[in-house]
Design a protein around this ligand. Structure first.
Ligand SMILES: *Cc1c(COP(=O)(O)O)cnc(C)c1O
Length: 389
């Protein structure tokens, strides 16, 4: 049977499978030692003082909004060019979502436009409560500039790093926790490392970390120092309205084993990107993704922009002809402000964020995961060029 290439997929080793089986044979399926071991490994790998592993990336985003105290009336800004969850978490908190368009080169939030937006809001007596930066495809936002703005205008900063596990800024894989108040990761199977479903919140702040830990498990505590009174070894108290957003030991055993391979995964993703870059070099029908200066891209995605108007082919026809060759493309993303829910509830309209809309019209995510061989990559690139004819 011919090979089928998806835009992303997990990469599991015998060691991963062994780690999961060993946990299944042990005493703890959930709330055992693997959760904390995984958190410590994340803290070390990404230079964060604290990590809390949770059920998935969306839960991690929800907990960020709660830990940061977002409430109705608060304005929280993100990029329209992201997965729904980056915006939904604002709505979960009852705050008001708004967007600032992306930069044409980096596909991340445009800092100049963000400044303009903040001034416009401040002139009408409004304040931005928080900004969620999304390191789209694995390319870091301009975090130093975002931090300066956050300090000047007193807003909170969240890094949605779900695409950027292992990206670096000035050779530092821990840049996100340095610049943002909270950092969110996802371990969904298409991401750099997987736990099946899973996510994490990383931070330098003990206070935010304690809040995330409390809220991921019903807002309940058994810690003696935190209790209002103590009636015995069975005693617990609920201090906040929390959720069950816990992750299992089974998942964290997998996460620990996957994290050991992250370096190799990243190396392979970057080598694949280099091959694609070379294959598409000089083709003026295409725009290849570029890393921000002094940054290493993590290539969760390889977002290739195609100048469809120059071709006599629609995006749909392009998808169909590649699907015939077993190459299943995807598009990241339909701008969030185009979603019927956001239009109905907040009045966003097509045309509001033209750069995101233009990039969407051109973007195709071509296969990018460590399981691809050089031959696979060359085959895919050749078929893409053929489909452009
Ligand atoms: C994957 C992803 C999420 C959500 O993660 P889940 O673990 O699937 O809930 C959030 N934001 C971005 C940008 C993502 O890519």
């Amino acid at each position: 049977m011919a090979k089928v290439f998806a835009y992303g997929r997990q990469n599991l080793s015998d060691a991963d499978i062994g780690a999961v089986v060993a946990t299944l044979k042990g005493d703890w399926l959930t709330q055992g030692p693997k959760v904390r071991e995984f958190e410590v490994a994340l803290e070390e790998r990404f230079g964060a003082r604290y990590a809390a592993a949770v059920a998935n990336g969306t839960a991690a985003l929800h907990l960020c909004g709660l830990a940061l105290g977002w409430k109705p009336g608060d304005i929280v800004i993100t990029s329209p060019y992201t997965f729904l969850a980056s915006t939904n978490c604002i709505v979960y908190a009852g705050a008001t979502p708004d967007f600032v368009d992306i930069n044409r080169k980096s596909y991340t939030i445009d800092v100049a436009l963000l400044k303009a937006k903040i001034w416009q809001l401040e002139r009408s007596g409004k304040k931005v409560r928080a900004v969620i930066g999304v390191d789209f495809a694995g390319n870091p936002c301009d975090w130093p500039a975002l931090r300066r703005l956050a300090d000047e205008h007193g807003f909170q900063l969240v890094a949605d790093a779900c695409h950027a596990i292992g990206a670096t800024m000035a050779n530092d894989a821990g840049y996100a926790a340095k610049y943002a108040d909270l950092v969110v990761m996802s371990f969904h199977p298409v991401k750099h490392i997987t736990t099946g479903e899973g996510g994490a919140v990383l931070t330098m702040s003990r206070e935010y970390h304690e809040s995330v830990k409390l809220l991921r498990s019903h807002g309940m505590t058994k810690e003696e120092s935190a209790l209002k009174k103590h009636e015995g070894p069975w005693y617990y108290e609920m201090h906040e309205l929390g959720y069950n957003y816990r992750i299992t030991d089974i998942q964290c055993a997998l996460g620990l084993s996957q994290l050991k391979q992250l370096g190799a995964f990243l190396e392979r993703r970057r080598a694949i990107a280099k091959l694609y870059d070379k294959e598409f070099d000089g083709d003026d029908r295409l725009v290849t993704p570029k890393a921000r200066q002094a940054c290493e891209h993590a290539y969760h995605l390889y977002p290739l922009l195609v100048r469809f108007p120059l071709l006599r082919k629609s995006k749909e026809a392009f998808f169909a002809s590649l699907a015939e060759r077993g190459i299943i493309l995807q598009v990241h993303y339909i701008p969030v402000h185009w979603q019927p829910y956001y239009q109905r509830r907040y009045g966003f309209r097509q045309g509001d964020f033209p750069v995101a809309e233009e990039v969407y019209s051109m973007e195709v995510s071509i296969p990018m995961h460590p399981g691809l061989t050089d031959d696979d990559v060359q085959f895919i690139a050749r078929e893409i060029r053929k489909a452009l004819e």
